[in-house]
Design a protein. Sequence first.
Length: 545
Amino acid sequence: MASDSEALQGLYDKHCVQGFKYAYGTAGFRYNADVLDTVMFTTGVLAGLRSIYLGGKTVGVMITASHNPPQDNGVKIVDPRGEMLEKSWESYATELANSASQNFASFQNKLKELLEILKLDLMTPGCVAVARDSRDSGPRLLAAFKTGTEVLANLQVTDHGVLTTPQLHFLTCKTNDLGQGAVIAETLYFKEFLSAWDELTMLCNIQSLPYKIRIDAANGVGAPKVEEMLGARSFFDNTFTVVNGDWKNPPALNHLCGADFVKTNQRLPQGISGDAKQGPHINCSFDGDADRVVFYYVNSVGEFKLLDGDKIATLFAKFFQELLQTAGLRDELQLGTVQTAYANGSSTHYLEKMLGVPVTCTPTGVKHLHHEAVKFDIGIYFEANGHGTIVFSEKVTELVTQKFSDASESKDRHNALQLLLVFSKLINQTVGDAISDMLGVMAVLSILKWTPEQWDNEYTDLPNKLIKVLVPDRTVFKTVNAERQLVSPVGLQQSIDDLVDKFDNARSFVRASGTEDAVRVYAEAATRQKVEELVTMVGQLVEKS
Ligand SMILES: CC(=O)N[C@H]1[C@@H](OP(=O)(O)O)O[C@H](CO)[C@@H](O)[C@@H]1O
Ligand SMILES: [Mg+2]
C-alpha cells in the first residue's frame, strides 16, 4: 500500500471529487462519464484487493457503458474465470466508492476496515487486466483507475487497450488458465473461435454461408474486432458487411443503431435498408461493447421481423435437443434454458410446452442468469435483448469422450458427439458475446439449412413494448418473484394487476433499471394496439405513484 498517509492522499487527490453517491448496478457502476473519476480510482483499489484476496489470480476490469449513450461510461469487475464479480464484493465496491466520495479520511478508514475484514496479506502479489471500449472518456477514466491500482504496491496491471467486453472476460479467464509466462493478447481470442469455426465447417461440410450477413456494429468496438476476425478467413470473403462501423467517432456510438435501438424500437437501424434487391441475407446488430446481438430481416411484404435473444435461445434449445437425441445423450445430459421476466411469453410457452425444455426465470442481469444456467449440463441463457450464451458442464465432455471411443456407435452418432464438442468451443462460455453468438447462430442455420423466415416461424411473438418512466426516486420501486411483482410502492402492484385483468393474453411488470435513472415498464398483449394502451396506462400508474 502507498507507504504513508501522505502518499495515499496524493493518489486520492489526483482524481477524487466529493459528493456523488454510487451503487454497483446490473452491470457495475454506470453513470455520466463526468462523475466517474472517483469510482474509477476506488475500482482500481478494489480490483487489486480482489486479486490479492484470491491469492494473486488475475481479476479483469472493463471500462464501458455498453448500450448507453456516448456521454455515459462505466466500470465492472470480472472474476478470474471470466464471471461477474461475486455478489458480496459488490457492496465493498460501493462502500469504498462512497467513502472516497465523502472525503479522504473516510476513504482511508474504509480501506483500513476492508483490509481487516478481508484479512489481506498485502505481500501477496496481485494481477489486474483492464480494457476499455471506444468511448472518448475512456482514456481519462483509465488513468484514474490506474492511479487507484498504485495504492497497492505489488499489483501488476496489464492494459489490453480497446477490446469488446467479452474479449476482456475471455482474456481474464485465459490468463488464469495459462498461468505465468503465457502471452495473453487478443490474437488468442481470434484463434480460439476461428479454430472452432474451421472445425465445425469441416465436420459439417459447410463450404459457404447460405446467405450474406449485414452486421450493424453500433459504431462501437465490435466493428474493428469482427472485421479483423472474419477478415482472417477466406471463408467469409464477400459474405459479411459491417455497417455503422465508425468506432473512431464516439458521438455516433449507439446513435440510431445497435442492438438496443433495434430491440427497443423494433425497427431497422440507420444504414440498413429493407431493400429486397440485396439478395438473400440476414441482418444483425451488436451493442456498443459487443456483448449482445439481435438478428432481423424484412419479410416478403416489407415487415420488419426481429429475431431477438428469445429467438436465439429457442433456436439453440431446439438444435441442442435434437443433437442430444442423435448423440444418444438425451437422458443423460440435462438441457435447460434461463430467461428473465422480459422474455416474450410465446418463447417461454414454446420452450416449455412445444419442446419440453425446462425454463428458469431470474432477475435481470446476466450474472443472475449465468448462475442458474450452470446448474444444467447444457444451460442456454439469453436476455430478450440478445445478451447471453450457452454453458456446458464438465459432464458433457466426459460423456462425449466416453461414447466417442465406443466403435459400435453409428456414424451419425459420432458426428453428433463431435458437433457437441465443437459447439462448446465455438461459444464463448465466459459471457454473452455478440461475435461468438453470431457465429453460433450462423452455424445452426447453416446446418439446419434454415432461412431467417423458417427460424422465425417456429413461434409468433406476442406484441410487446418496453418503455422508460422518469421518476423522482427509482429506489422506492422494490420487487420480488424474479422482479415480476412490486412490493413497494404499496398498492401499485394491485392496480397493475387489476388493469392487466382487463386485457386478453396480457402481462405487465415494473422495475427500477439497474443501469439508467429510470423505471422500466414492460407489457405484452394480444394485439399491437392493446399493448400500446396497456403500457401507457401502466406507465401513468407509475408516474402517479
Ligand atoms: C430490460 C433490459 O434490457 N435491461 C438491460 C439493462 O439492465 P437494466 O437493469 O434494465 O437497466 O442493461 C443490462 C446490462 O447491459 C442488461 O443485462 C439488461 O438486460
Ligand atoms: Mg453490452
